[in-house]
Ligand binder design. Sequence first.
Ligand SMILES: C=C(O[C@@H]1C=C(C(=O)O)C=C[C@H]1O)C(=O)O
Ligand SMILES: NC(=O)CC[C@H](N)C(=O)O
Length: 817
Amino acid sequence: MSRPRILFLDAYDSFSNNITSLLTTLLDVDVFVLPIDSPLLDPTSADFEQRLREELSRYVAVVCGPGPGHPDNDADVGLMKHIWRLHDAEDLLPVLGICLGFQSLVASCGGKVRRLQRGLHGMVREILHRPAADYNEETTAGDIFAHVGNFKATLYHSLCGDIGQQAVSEAEWDKARWRALPACPDLLPLAWVEEHRGERDGVERILMAVKHRTRPFWGLQYHPESVCTEKEGNRVIVNWFREAMWWNASRQRVSVPGGDILARDATKPSLLSQLSAAPAEQWWESLHVDAVYQSMTISLPHGVQIPDIVEALGPEESESIILDSANAAASAAARADVRGRYSVIATGLEEALRIEHHTCDDYATVKVGRVGGLLQRISLAPYSGIWGLSDIGVPLQHPRGHHRPDLCFVWVTKSLVVDHTMGVVHIQQLCPRGLEENPWVEKTATRLLSSRIFQGRFPPDGLSPRKETQHVATYQQQPLRTRRLSKSTSIQTPLTRDYESKVELCQEFIAAGESYELCLTDQTKISRPVSDSSAEKSSADGLPMQKRCGSSLSAPPSSWQLFKMLRSRQPAPFASYIRLGEATLVSASPERFLQYDQDGYCSMRPMKGTVRKSEQVSTLAEAERILHIPKEEAENLMIVDLVRHDLHGICGAGNVSVPHLLKVEEYQSVFQMITVVEGQLPKPADGDSESGNAQRYTGLDVLAASLPPGSMTGAPKKRSCEILQQIEQHHERSLYSGVVGYMCATGRGDWSVTIRSLFRWDDEQVPSGGEDGGEGPHEVWRIGAGGAVTILSTPEGEREEMFTKLAGPLRVFADSG
Ligand SMILES: C=C(O[C@@H]1C=C(C(=O)O)C=C[C@H]1O)C(=O)O
Ligand SMILES: NC(=O)CC[C@H](N)C(=O)O
């Protein structure tokens, strides 16, 4: 027997999948999702009424979801307002509105929707409903709070339904609070929050739930699906469904089973299932997946660090992918929970196959090596797109002024994986079958074993000592501002006043109900003489090339040297050094985005809440005191609920949990609050068969469905990105704010958020940075930094946070002048 079906109208919230998961698991129903502006159900088309009626006939009930915006704005609520207009016996069906859906119900019944005195986002409050003793036969009818105990729930709103409550005097309030008020006679209030607004403003009465007097409509202002809403609140949902089913039964309304429906499943189809639509000629045949795995493991001498291994491997390759658990050695000092266990050094990139995609294109390219010939252009038409802003419905500005790839996947067949826990290096390659004689693994092992670092001619001290010695002399602590470091390097940081007014603008959008949290960022631009990249890394004899050449002091440090400086100053679990195509990224990211294993276990680690280390805040206990406050916890909670939504969209109902909520961790220069959210990918019903395999979900499904990272956008993601594009003046964040990581052939993967990083593009060169125009070509480095703005932020606080995050990466330029 098929389960009852519920239709969920999605207003592009970032919590929708949490609601569909809650409904599915709690009520044993199937939930189908229709966007509020679905082109399949267009209110301007002639047969709209008919199509709507047909679609609704398939469901036992409708849930109108939360979302950004205002119920008076048609585009924000779309189909919802047609639901509240249903009236005759044939069309009518039970409906529950949640947050925006609830406000839309209030507005449709003549109530007002006004701004709260101050928005409440990620705030957990006691939901006040009628006390148990007050329930009798009359008051219980249709009251979905009847016999529910006390519970707290999470709020995400700036607006509130106003049915006249503020006008009721204190003396009258006790009686009036459960009665329909004259301003809106059709709605019976069922629950309230009383928010203390300080001496002057007193208590703001905030309507939390209603029931329509004659129609089967209910609404909840709070978020029943939030991870911080207490379980007792689930009984409200169960009661609603019981009332809904009872209403259907009493009207002999039966939903029509089967048939075509316009709404889609609450979870997305797998990426692999899209391949059946792919053209017959398969580009991935050139990946040589028919390969032999060869490997060798050698032990790692104490104190050897990733850059030492890279340098011992020999002269620099023109491209690099190095994922460096740079805090592995310094983990005792960092005391952060994440200790990178593995580091990955990719080699042989010049012959590696890669896939690139530029967001505005409708194709991706497959080619070999950096300048290698184009093998194929893959049309994206048969697929649902490649993971970017455009895939969450946020178009980019045209023209973008460049044709750089926004996505680059490289098929790496030769790599070194360092296991810091076991103290070993695995040298591994996938060798095309028939070419097994390839001696690369042995040759690499021999080269490492005979190098200075493996021969013990290396100081066995945890931190590599020979690093930036030549630069220490120029080290100066300087305040951060636009300045010239030397005659030839200039740094342009965001202007204080500018940034602060952008924070204020974010807060205006939030107060208007357009967003709950906005991760505002800005960029710092560094222009300096082009570094001599041919002198990067070291020569085959193990001596730093620049030392050999004797020209080290005049040449600015190469990107590789910048990386070495950054990783030792800010040892982070997700450091990386990437030189790929035209891009260079030097990162000291502390934030894991997503990790998954071959069994479909996924873990995300959103980070929100940052405090700079200082004399006043130097211990974990002090940081906890500062970070465990409503503002910081709310910031984190909002992203946690958003990340749960992203995971639910792939893992499905009931397969997401939060094992660690709001934990404070220590890093080199900051304390950060993090939460761990876990999910389990569904197993295909007939897992071993070919068709089962085609339906299989992998970690890539989660990655594709979760970009861009919610911690860098704010919530709800789509509207927040639209607003941020505007406030950040369509300035592309570029490599900053994206993700870097790997997925290996067995299905494991690990991705970090690119923050606390520097990056540059080869094509961004200015002819001369010198005032006299005589200093030769300059290259441009960029550093993005920012933080989450909420209604409780202060412009000064946010500006200070942005500069705190900027300081670490920027200092490598300051120190190397
Ligand atoms: C925006 C940045 O960091 C993000 C914002 C954080 C915050 O608001 O506390 C914390 C970590 C990141 O998700 C940055 O580092 O530039
Ligand atoms: N979560 C929501 O649905 C929010 C509704 C509305 N945009 C508000 O801010 O009040």
